[in-house]
Structure formats: C-alpha cells, structure tokens
Write a protein that binds this ligand. Structure first.
Ligand SMILES: [Zn+2]
Length: 268
C-alpha cells in the first residue's frame, strides 16, 4: 500500500496536501489535476487497473479520466458521483487555483463488496461532506479509506453544501467499525484511527448542540458564531466567493433544526 501525496497549487500559499492511495494496481482516489504533469510522467508500477472514488470533489476525482483513458482502468463510485462526473461540474476560481478541474469520466456503480487482488473492499455510505460520499473498509487489513470524513479533529469552516447532521450520522457509523489505519484524503493516520474519528464526532456533536441552542434562543447566524466563541474568517470567505465559511456550518444546523420543527406534529 502506497500513499501518494501531492500538493500542486498554482499559488504556494494556498497549497493543501492531497493524498490518494495505490494498493497493487488499485487506486483509491486520484489527486487533483494540477498534479497531472507529475502523475503523467510517474512510472506507475503495477499499472492502474481499477479506480475507486470516495466522492466527486475535484481534488479526489481530478485524474480519474486520465487513469481511465491512459490505462483503461474502470472507475467505481456512488451513483451520485457517477451522475456528477458523467457531464463534469464547474468549479470556482479558488478551486481552480488550489486543485484544477476534473474532466468528465464514466463511473461504474460501486457494489457494496468489491473483491480485488485478494482483498475485499466494503463501500460504506457516508453522506454529509459531499453527496454520494463513500468510505472503503478493508477489515482484514484494518484499513479505512476515509475520503474527507476526517481531515482534522476540529473543522471550523466548510463549504456551503455540507451537512453537519448527516456527517454526525456518518461518523457514528464509521465509529462502529474495527480498524487501525485511517487513510484520509488529506491527513493519513497509520494508527489510532477510531480514536481520532471519535474525537471528531465529539467535536461535531458539541458544535451541533451549541448551534441548536443558539437557534432556540432566536440568535442570528452572526450572533450564534459569537455565542459559540468562534470567529468568522472574512479573508477565507472573500477568497472563496463565500463558498467556505463558519456561517455555513452554523446554517447547516439551523436548517436541520427548522426541518425537524416542520416535521414534528403541531401542538394543540
Ligand atoms: Zn471533498
């Protein structure tokens, strides 16, 4: 098993390391297309014969079309990932600078169990970070290929499309698995994986409960951020055209609480 780590932002200050993994001739994720020149010239041995995608984001799917076209490797993923990558998707300027675009590629529906070169990869549905996000669990090896389900213990900003309640449920599911290595898409952890996921889950639960309390008090999103003793990141907001912020994380809780209210029976 090899962890391939690339960091190829067009602006060095905006570099975020991205990790993808090679197990024999199987690849889990493919790195961003900004790293294409290096990936093209690297002598991949053994040659790629299949690709599993955790999710469609360009830093994970950025070279799937290259591996597919150059080596004929089928690309497997969730049907939602397939729907998005069939036509491709537009990215914002900051994503272009940090990672580069992902070309369209046909994606085969990933079965729950995928046997390859003597190993069994179990696809675990883990929505919340991106629609159709999957983790790949190899029980016999004690591996969890986690995509973006970990990244760091305390995530305080995120993209407008993320859903905290879903991520909490996904983490609860992952915490029931028996593994050691947390092969994260940005921050690989060879040991102690479950304890790290449990810490992240505890932090997310704390965040959700405090933001829900702010909602019940009738606070605005801005007031909730102060109430939770957090700080908005104006520069991040500006540079990402408001795609990434603290407020998005609070809003995700507010929306979930609103939905819960609309589902609960009216009190007579
Ligand atoms: Zn992602």
């Amino acid at each position: 098993m090899q962890c391939v780590r690339v960091a190829r932002s067009l602006v060095p200050a905006a570099q975020i390391p991205v990790c993808f993994y090679q197990v024999g001739s199987l690849f889990i994720d493919t790195g961003p297309s900004n790293a294409r020149a290096w990936i093209k010239n690297y002598f991949w041995q053994p040659a790629p014969r299949a690709v599993l995608l955790t999710h469609f984001h360009e830093d994970h799917s950025g070279n799937a079309a290259f591996f597919h076209d150059r080596f004929g490797a089928p690309v497997y993923g969730h049907p939602e990932t397939g729907r998005i990558l069939k036509t491709g998707f537009s990215i914002l300027p900051y994503e272009k600078i940090m990672f580069g675009p992902a070309e369209p590629v046909p994606v085969v529906h990933m079965p729950e169990f995928f046997e390859f070169e003597g190993r069994r990869y179990q696809a675990i549905e883990t929505p919340g970070h991106a629609p159709g996000h999957l983790c790949f669990y190899v029980k016999e090896e004690g591996w969890l290929f986690a995509g973006d389900m970990y990244v760091a213990e305390k995530i305080k900003i995120w993209r407008r499309t993320e859903n905290l309640a879903q991520q909490i449920r996904s983490l609860e599911l992952l915490c029931t698995l028996d593994f050691e290595a947390l092969w994260c898409g940005h921050n690989p952890q060879p040991s102690g994986g479950p304890a790290l996921l449990k810490k992240k889950l505890a932090y997310f639960r704390w965040f959700y409960d405090r933001a829900a309390e702010a909602y019940r008090k009738g606070l605005s999103e801005k007031e909730a951020i102060r109430f939770m003793k957090l700080r908005e990141r104006p520069l991040v907001k500006l540079l990402t055209f408001n795609d990434v912020s603290v407020a998005h994380m609070v809003r995700s809780v507010y929306q979930n609480e609103k939905e819960k209210e609309s589902l609960s029976p009216a009190v007579l």
